[in-house]
Design a protein around this ligand. Structure first.
Ligand SMILES: [Zn+2]
Length: 253
């Protein structure tokens, strides 16, 4: 089993791959062998001798996906191509983050630029880096890029290690983007853990960014209404939409 951006890949003989994308509400659940698939949530069941792995998705929107592909070359077409922050150099990070001029929120969550950072961790990274979600990447100073990379490494490794610890040897059942201990994500109105200022939010279509004005925007509130003009197409309204957009663009090249 490997990871391809946010997708989970199962490897079989003869270069056969099953590629899962859980999107927002898709989950794997480990149950006793032969467990029934839940009527409303169940999408698929994979039976193994020691137990059954269920794929479920809450809500009415069906976004999770499963692709069955043959060959490494076909598998590679499902790779959005973003840089893995944890294994890449400072120079490669700087190049990726400044390769297109976007808001930082957009750049961090664009799977074509960086690999596997979603809405929650981009909020946490920007807070740790003390940078505004709306800062344009073309205007980043060298020390801000360094701060962003260091914050990305710190936030991603801290949460990865904490979640591995928390799960122990058990199957991770409580998968969520909202965690106690997060600094800003999902904490609108609550005090910033660094300075105590109430956390603010920007809502744009279906998405939301949380930030601390004192730590990140020089005390400035980022008004929702003023944003629509500034951002226009430069905001990931949903990850699904963003990926669709990226795929379309790649196909045109
Ligand atoms: Zn703060």
């Amino acid at each position: 089993m490997t990871r391809l951006g946010k997708r989970i890949v199962w490897h079989f003989d003869d270069e056969l791959f099953m590629v899962f994308h859980l999107m927002i509400a898709g989950r794997f659940r480990w149950r006793p062998a032969g467990a029934a698939l839940p009527a409303k949530l169940g999408l698929a069941a994979f039976d193994f001798p020691p137990g059954s792995l269920l794929l479920t998705e809450a809500g009415t929107k069906r976004r999770a996906s499963l692709h069955l592909v043959r060959g490494e070359a076909t598998l590679a077409t499902l790779n959005p191509g973003g840089l893995d922050v944890l294994t890449s150099s400072a120079a490669a990070f700087a190049l990726a983050i400044t390769s297109e001029n976007h808001t930082l929120k957009r750049a961090l969550t664009d799977p074509g630029l960086l690999d596997g950072i979603g809405n929650a961790y981009s909020d946490e990274i920007l807070h740790a880096a003390r940078l505004s979600p709306l800062q344009l990447t073309s205007r980043l100073a060298a020390d801000e890029i360094n701060r962003l990379r260091e914050a990305s490494l710190r936030v991603l490794t801290t949460w990865r290690d904490a979640l591995i610890d928390q799960a122990g040897n058990a199957f991770p059942e409580k998968v969520t983007a909202f965690r106690p201990g997060m600094a800003v994500h999902g904490r609108y109105g609550k005090p910033c853990p660094i300075c105590g200022t109430p956390i603010q939010r920007i809502r744009y279509a279906a998405n939301e960014a949380n930030y601390c004005p004192a730590c990140q925007t020089g005390g400035r509130l980022l008004a929702d209404r003023a944003l629509s003009r500034l951002l226009k197409d430069d905001w990931p309204r949903s990850l699904e939409e963003l990926e669709h957009y990226k795929n379309e663009r790649r196909m045109r090249v």
